[in-house]
Design a protein around this ligand. Structure first.
Ligand code: PHE
Length: 354
């Protein structure tokens, strides 16, 4: 019995894996194992012999079973340790980027423009894209039959028979939001209104839907000088370099005086660079809000005055990010979106840098 004990306990201790251990279990305490066979011999013994050998054999069997169980657990622990070592993962490593989509340049630039102007105290206003023609035209000092209506290539909305509401249009500019914002908030007011606008026009620099951002500041003593500072400051932050502006006298029904604003640029090798050179590029319309417009907004033009401007967002995106063809903006070509798109995790902020 001592030999058996020695033999199995040593073998169990040396067992390298669970298969070896299982073989040992069968050989020792399995049905036909050595210890089991010994137990069967108890029947042939005298009662006295049995009284001595019985408990000893039982104890041996228990001891071997316990050794088997302990070894099994030890083997499992070692296996787990090995796995933990080989499958170890450094959770502090930076994640592997999985690009699932990109932010469209129009969205990116809208955020940039909003961040810059919000920092100057402008809040964001909105209006409908399907607009009353009163807001789109009349309230902006463009009465019926005014030539400006014809120049806008307006999309008129179909009216059902028997519907006697005023006709609607797809707004041709963001300027109607000036009226809505003034009616809603009164004066003083400082808002921008980014959004989609529509005109029936299509070539390399025109699409029937495009984006503008409107700016409106009304207070008691706002002047063109404030407008000029806001725009120069805006362009310099937006393009990340100081940008000169040139104001050219112009005409809009809703501003008086009116100015078209050019930014300084160079034209070399077919590419435009903003903030350098002798060239000029027209980028927006602006002026002092016409008294009739202020009145349409429910504000008394004898007490209040201010400036407004309207700028093409897509145009800004093309200039800043060197995108040559506007039509591609709205083709949803994945290769274009991946190339010109922005990471969803780098939302533009002024302190983070645009
Ligand atoms: N609404 C004008 C346009 O679409 C731009 C503009 C806005 C001009 C505000 C002056 C003041 O061309």
């Amino acid at each position: 019995m001592d030999d058996l004990r020695q033999k199995y306990l040593t073998a169990i201790g040396d067992a390298a894996d669970e298969t070896v251990l299982e073989d040992l279990r069968v050989a020792a305490v399995g049905k036909k194992g050595e210890v089991s066979l010994k137990m069967r011999e108890l029947g042939k013994m005298t009662p006295e012999e049995r009284q001595v050998a019985g408990p000893k054999l039982n104890a041996l069997k228990d001891e071997i079973n316990a050794a088997l169980a302990a070894k099994k657990e030890a083997l499992a622990d070692t296996a787990l340790d090995e796995r933990l070592k080989s499958e170890w993962l450094d959770v502090t490593l930076p994640g592997q980027p999985r690009r699932q989509g990109t932010i469209h340049p129009v969205s990116q630039v809208t955020e940039e423009v909003t961040a810059i102007l919000a920092d100057m105290g402008f809040s964001v206003a909105e209006g409908p894209q399907i607009e009353d023609d009163w807001f789109n035209f009349d309230a902006l000092n463009i009465p019926d039959h005014h030539p400006a209506r014809g120049e806008m290539d307006t999309f008129y909305m179909h009216r059902d028979e028997g519907d006697n509401r005023l006709p609607h249009v797809l707004r041709t500019h963001t300027s109607p939001v000036q009226i809505r914002a003034m009616q809603k908030h009164g004066a003083p007011i400082r808002v921008i209104a980014p959004g989609r606008v529509y005109r029936a026009d299509y070539d390399q620099t025109h699409t029937p839907m495009f984006h503008q951002v409107e700016g409106l500041a009304i207070d008691r003593d706002i002047s063109m000088a404030n407008l000029k500072w806001v725009l120069e400051e805006f362009f310099s932050v937006f393009f990340g370099t100081s940008v000169k502006t040139r104001f050219r006298a112009s005409h809009f029904p809703f501003t008086e005086p009116s100015a078209e604003v050019d930014i300084q640029c160079s034209w070399e090798g077919g590419t435009v660079k903003v903030g350098e050179g002798e060239g000029w590029l027209e980028v927006l319309g602006s002026g002092m809000v016409h008294p009739n417009v202020i009145r349409a907004g429910g504000i008394d033009p004898d007490d209040w005055q201010g400036f407004a401007f309207g700028m093409g967002i897509d145009r800004m995106a093309m200039l800043k990010y060197g995108i040559p063809d506007l039509r591609a903006f709205f083709d949803s070509d994945l290769r274009w979106l991946r190339h010109y798109g922005f990471s969803a995790l780098s939302v533009p902020t002024l302190h983070g840098g645009l």
